[in-house]
Design a protein around this ligand. Structure first.
Ligand SMILES: Nc1ncnc2c1ncn2[C@@H]1O[C@H](COP(=O)(O)OP(=O)(O)O)[C@@H](O)[C@H]1O
Ligand code: SF4
Ligand SMILES: [Mg+2]
Length: 422
């Protein structure tokens, strides 16, 4: 939360982004004369029946073509940055989607890693970089991706527990991205978070009753004399016995503690709940109980969840929509059915191929991801996933693919698919 202070004044990474755009010089026309850019090379490649671009054709055109003299990475990066800035500026002018409870546009959350003695930031860690999505009321958005890809940071930035570096966050149609803490206060009850570790997220010296009564009191949810009855009612909804009211967190198991955390989040009647790996720290036998509890509470209260997890089976069970993140970017987004029946991004395909199938007759074609996850402070050029992608083409190493909608509501960022906007 202290990161709010880290992004003030002229040091904001937005400034840095602008700086970087300036630093990347546009290559003089003569330098690029006669070259075929990767995008153009790809355009001319034949598309296969599946809609994917023919990899061999693209590679052949990029590498073997006589008039192709290579990519100018700095030039391509500058073009890409400019295109992203222009898209963000154009989107900024358009009104929020009235059907969405939450609409995130071009969200960025950068952390300063290195500073000069004068305090100028020289290296940013782009934990969340230009992420956009919409979520309707009552739905669950599952966010998946390997550890360190920015899931938690995005969840926290959406709730304004971090001050976002850039982008828009519409909650109930209002852009809260630039709201001050005082403006956020009335919204705090509407947006809650459940953390991964139920052991460290409960104060050890307060009773369960005290922990659950506190937010109800602070936010004046009910009259003072009705607080205990109200809390007991919330406890019952979360499967907690009434005599737990006088007990302390250390007296409970992980599953019970997570129920207390859920009850605390729900005690203020939220609309949106970010569940950050809520079952990852729990015993497998308890996980299903907590997931079922979350689903039941969602039905009863019409809750909207952003459910962060690296466990695809859990996400498949609970989500309506799924977002796949890699190195701070959303690489694929769509409704559950479409993503599971037709995963388009090679990273999604690799993740899904690792999910065990209970049916022994189904042959598993596991795609093993090669190499380590690169650092978000120094992501690979072009497509950030290219160092590990089993379908990598030459163009992927130089030009970042656009995040485009290929089926209604199904977005993908990959050069395997046509790069022209519909
Ligand atoms: N407060 C912070 N300061 C600097 N870097 C951070 C901070 N929080 C997270 N990061 C970095 O941001 C990246 C994304 O982290 P995180 O959002 O926790 O990923 P995930 O939840 O997907 O595992 C990681 O490289 C992490 O080290
Ligand atoms: S995921 Fe990236 S590297 Fe792989 S094919 Fe798509 S654009 Fe290329
Ligand atoms: Mg996390």
């Amino acid at each position: 939360m202290n990161d709010e202070e880290k992004f003030t004044g002229s040091e904001t990474p937005e400034g840095a982004a602008a700086e970087q755009t300036d630093v990347c010089p546009e290559a003089p026309e003569t330098e690029n004369e006669g070259t075929v850019s990767g995008t153009e090379a790809q355009k001319t490649a034949e598309s296969s029946e599946s809609g994917e671009v023919d990899i061999a054709a693209v590679n052949a055109q990029c590498l073997a073509s006589g008039d192709f003299t290579g990519f100018d990475d700095a030039y391509e990066a500058a073009l890409e940055q400019r295109a992203r800035d222009e898209k963000a500026a154009a989107d900024r002018a358009s009104p929020a989607d009235p059907d969405a409870l939450l609409e995130v546009r071009h969200l960025k959350m950068y952390f300063p890693l290195k500073k000069t003695l004068g305090g100028k930031v020289t290296l940013w860690l782009r934990a969340v970089d230009d992420v956009s999505f919409k979520l309707k009321a009552g739905e669950t958005l599952g966010i998946v991706g390997e550890s360190g890809c920015g899931k938690t940071t995005m969840g926290r930035a959406v709730l304004k527990l971090y001050k976002p570096t850039g982008g828009q966050i519409f909650f109930e149609g209002k852009d809260i991205a630039k709201y001050k803490p005082s403006e956020m206060r009335p919204l705090r009850t509407k947006m809650q978070i459940i953390f991964q570790d139920p052991y460290s997220s409960l104060p050890p010296r307060s009773t369960v009753g005290g922990i659950l009564s506190e937010p109800v009191k602070v936010h004046k949810i009910v009259e003072k004399e009705k607080i205990k009855d109200y809390v007991l009612d919330v406890m019952e909804q979360c499967g907690l016995r009434d005599y737990y009211f006088e007990r302390y967190p250390h007296e409970f198991s992980g599953g019970q503690r997570q129920r207390i955390c859920i009850a605390r989040a729900l005690s203020v009647n939220p609309q949106l709940v970010v569940c950050d790996e809520p079952v990852s720290a729990l015993d497998v036998s308890i996980q299903a109980q907590i997931i079922n509890l979350l689903r039941r509470l969602q039905e009863q209260r019409g809750l909207t969840y952003m459910f962060i997890s690296h466990d695809l089976s859990v996400v498949k069970h609970i989500s309506d929509r799924i977002g796949v993140m890699y190195l701070g970017s959303m690489v694929e987004f769509g409704d559950k059915k479409s993503i599971f029946s037709h995963p388009m991004h090679p990273y999604t395909q690799a993740l899904f191929s690792a999910v065990p199938n209970p049916n022994p007759d189904v042959k598993m074609d596991r795609i093993v991801l090669k190499g380590d996850i690169p650092s978000p402070a120094n992501p690979p050029k072009g497509c950030k996933f290219h160092t590990r992608c089993h379908k990598c083409m030459e163009i992927c190493k130089h030009i970042a693919p656009k995040y485009l909608e290929y089926e209604p509501g199904h977005f993908v960022a990959c050069h395997l698919y046509p790069q022209e906007e519909a």
